[in-house]
Design a protein around this ligand. Structure first.
Ligand code: SF4
Length: 305
């Protein structure tokens, strides 16, 4: 079973280690080797290997994987090739163990893993036998689990490893969803349905190694350092009104919040290399030295305040 990935190198994943004068041994060769296993930090001294899948059924305006989706070359790999890349990457970062770092998780990120679900589940099963990871994290928008509930059946076969399925909500009501995701409002309810299907399947089948978590998939925590300068970034509607991520839709409250606590992403909005700046500007107001700059990104403001 083959999967489609992209291997744009994101230096920000290694940045906390670089600040501690630790060099990424794969930085110069990652792209030319067509490797797909990058390494980053989850928190503290927990390391993670990240796989960026390519292709999505949404086209979110703040998506940091825009360039992965539309500009990066597709890298097609069999499950064995993926595992080989993971093991190679793991061996190359083991020197960090002397500094107290430990490999913790494998993360499926980038675009949308559910579009190649059979491959993803096959990789999870293969890595569960390696003994390298404590858990696997899968980030998904969840809608395919509403339209194709047969995908849920694949979860039954996952053994020997913990799996977090993070359903990344693009807003907490249909209006926010429409502007953030660029999709019709009814897909907001598909996200909810997909989350409920996943959550209930795992609960009813007592799959104790799998957790289904609702996550607000928008980096929105306001403080942001750009090139050493402190800015604030607000996520706004195109007409400038700030989005309130506690303004829950009734169905969202009933179907999602009654089951699990919504996890808010603590990371601030960041101008990742992979975003489409033009699209992101529609939903951003940058505040710098007390002045508001609607529809300008931090780099626009710092370059030309
Ligand atoms: S943010 Fe996630 S769901 Fe939205 S376009 Fe990007 S990869 Fe797809």
């Amino acid at each position: 079973m083959r999967g489609v990935y992209s291997n744009v190198y994101f230096p920000c994943r290694w940045a906390p280690l670089r600040r501690r004068r630790l060099k990424d041994p794969c930085r110069g060769r990652y792209v030319s080797c067509e490797c797909i296993a990058t390494c980053g930090i989850l928190e503290g001294k927990k390391l993670e290997i990240v796989l960026d899948v390519k292709g999505c059924n949404f086209n979110c305006k703040l998506c940091w994987g825009y360039k992965l989706r539309y500009e990066a070359k597709p890298i097609i790999k069999s499950t064995k090739d993926v595992v080989d890349d993971i093991v190679c990457r793991y061996r190359r970062v083991r020197f960090l163990e002397k500094k107290g770092y430990r490999m913790f998780d494998l993360r499926f990120s980038g675009n949308e893993p559910s579009l190649q679900w059979d491959h993803v589940v096959e990789v999870i099963n293969a890595v569960s036998k390696l003994g390298i990871f404590r858990k696997v994290i899968v980030e998904t928008n969840g809608v395919l689990f509403a339209d194709k509930p047969e995908l849920l059946e694949r979860l039954r076969g996952i053994r020997g490893i913990y799996v977090d399925i993070d359903v990344s909500f693009k807003g907490v009501n249909p209006k926010q969803f429409r502007y953030i995701s660029g999709m019709p409002e009814e897909y907001f309810y598909k996200q909810i349905e997909g989350f409920v299907n996943l959550y209930e399947f795992v609960r009813k089948n007592a799959l104790r190694n799998i957790n289904v978590n609702p996550v607000l998939g928008i980096n929105h925590e306001p403080k942001y350092y750009y090139r050493g300068r402190l800015l604030q970034v607000e996520i706004v509607f195109p007409w400038g009104e700030k989005m309130d991520f506690y303004d829950y839709d009734d169905v969202f409250r009933r179907e999602v919040l009654s089951r699990a606590k919504l996890r808010y992403d603590e990371a601030p909005f960041r101008e990742y290399y992979g975003i489409n700046k033009e699209r992101a500007r529609e939903l951003v107001t940058t505040i710098y030295r007390g002045k508001k700059y609607p529809h300008k990104l931090p780099s626009d403001v710092i370059k030309n305040p």
